[in-house]
Ligand binder design. Structure first.
Ligand SMILES: Cc1cc2nc3c(=O)[nH]c(=O)nc-3n(C[C@H](O)[C@H](O)[C@H](O)COP(=O)(O)O)c2cc1C
Length: 369
């Protein structure tokens, strides 16, 4: 037993205690293959298997029809979706787990096939020049529709409505997906957002949409039940081309977040090598730890050793693991006993049904085979 390791110590976030610092990162798994895009018993089983995490952050859940960008992803804007998520939260709570819902709007990482032939919404009519995962497979993205101010106001209301629904579905809190090139990130990014109104131009203006959403959600949830996810050094991925103002933009946003009593800030280390790009930050935890005063979750590429190290060095409070949680439903137990870690199968990340989803055994079950 190795229970003294940093990852397995409890931690307080908001008004509750997490039993460990091994956080399950949000992961889209495309299993809501039904006409309502509602979570099912299968989702409940999958998340319950992973309830040993200190906190589960659900897969991105679209906040409206306009927010959809992938096939078979679960929404949080209809009654059937709320009911479906209710099964998930009940199963996680029965297994002594905690779960936040990730609120998601894909913006321009989408396709007209999801919007009755209409262009997807985005801050500006700038094609991300990437691919969208449509009902007919991967297809090139299109030039999106620049949002009117009325579209922006409606989208803020959609986030609020979705956050209310998350409460009704029994979640412990919500995470705002401001990461990975989706709508909020598009507003923050100077190359994706070329607006000339109050929502574009200066850093403050590009951050306005995000803070409007945060303010709206704060009317529904206490601030300490809201988490925020950001990916400051994202570059050449998910249609995002970083700009010389990227880090300055995230510095502004993150400094400003100190005024909110959030449950946590969830950051990712760079997804690609940015060491040669002098205007991007290669070490996100180290850079933002002194700037952000609240609880910090760090992600991307961590394992047991590097996860313990980043906490021990004081650069993060918690570590989130994505792919490791796909194939190791009992990840904290495996860390506790230094058990072998199972490999994940990429071919079943986004396919419907239980294969590669709920059929990875716990270490106990594997041993007794
Ligand atoms: C299958 C899969 C689906 C993902 N879906 C989401 C998502 O819905 N929301 C999100 O913020 N990140 C998503 N991510 C990114 C992960 O949360 C995480 O940042 C990334 O996998 C790096 O962490 P890791 O090295 O522990 O896997 C996804 C990653 C994978 C592998």
């Amino acid at each position: 037993m190795n229970n003294t390791q940093a990852l397995l110590k409890s931690v307080n976030i908001g008004d509750f205690e997490l039993k460990n610092r091994v956080i399950m990162a949000p992961m889209t798994r495309n299993r809501a293959a039904n006409k309502d895009n509602a979570p099912t018993e299968l989702h409940a089983e999958y998340y319950a298997q992973r309830a040993g995490a200190g906190l589960i952050i659900s897969e991105g859940s679209q906040i409206s029809d306009a927010a959809v960008g992938y096939i078979n992803t679960p929404g949080i804007y209809t009654e059937n979706q709320v009911k479906g998520w209710g099964k998930v939260t009940e199963a996680v709570h029965e297994n002594d787990g905690k779960i936040f819902l990730q609120l998601w709007h894909c913006g321009r990482i989408s396709h007209p096939k999801f919007h009755d032939g209409e262009k997807p919404l985005a801050p500006s009519a700038v094609n991300p020049n990437t691919q969208a995962y449509t009902p007919d497979g991967f297809e090139d993205t299109v030039e999106p529709q620049a949002m009117s101010v009325a579209d922006i106001k409606q989208t803020v209301l959609d986030f609020k409505h979705a956050a209310e629904n998350a409460k009704r579905a029994g979640f412990d809190g919500v995470e705002i997906h401001g990461s990975n090139g989706y709508l909020i990130h598009q507003f923050l990014n100077k190359n994706a957002n070329i607006r000339t109104d109050d929502y574009g131009g200066s850093i403050e203006n590009r951050a306005r949409f995000f803070f409007d959403i945060l303010e709206a959600i704060s009317e529904v949830w206490p601030e300490n039940r809201i988490g925020v996810r950001l990916n400051p050094s994202l570059n050449d991925a998910f249609g995002i081309k970083a700009s010389e103002e990227s880090i300055a933009t995230f510095d502004h946003v993150i400094e400003k977040l100190n005024a909110y009593d959030l449950a946590y800030l969830h950051l990712s280390e760079p997804f690609t090598d940015v060491s040669e790009i002098d205007y991007l930050e290669p070490n996100i935890a180290k850079h933002y730890r002194p700037i952000y005063k609240g609880k910090l979750i760090i992600n991307a590429g961590f394992d047991q050793e590097s996860g313990n190290k980043v906490i021990e060095e004081g650069n993060a409070d918690m570590v989130s693991f994505a792919k490791l949680f796909i194939s190791n439903p009992d990840l904290p137990v495996r860390f506790a006993i230094d058990a072998p870690i199972a490999e994940w199968d990429e071919d079943t990340f986004y396919t419907p049904g239980p294969k590669g989803y709920t059929d990875y055994p716990s270490y106990d079950a594997e041993k007794s085979k």
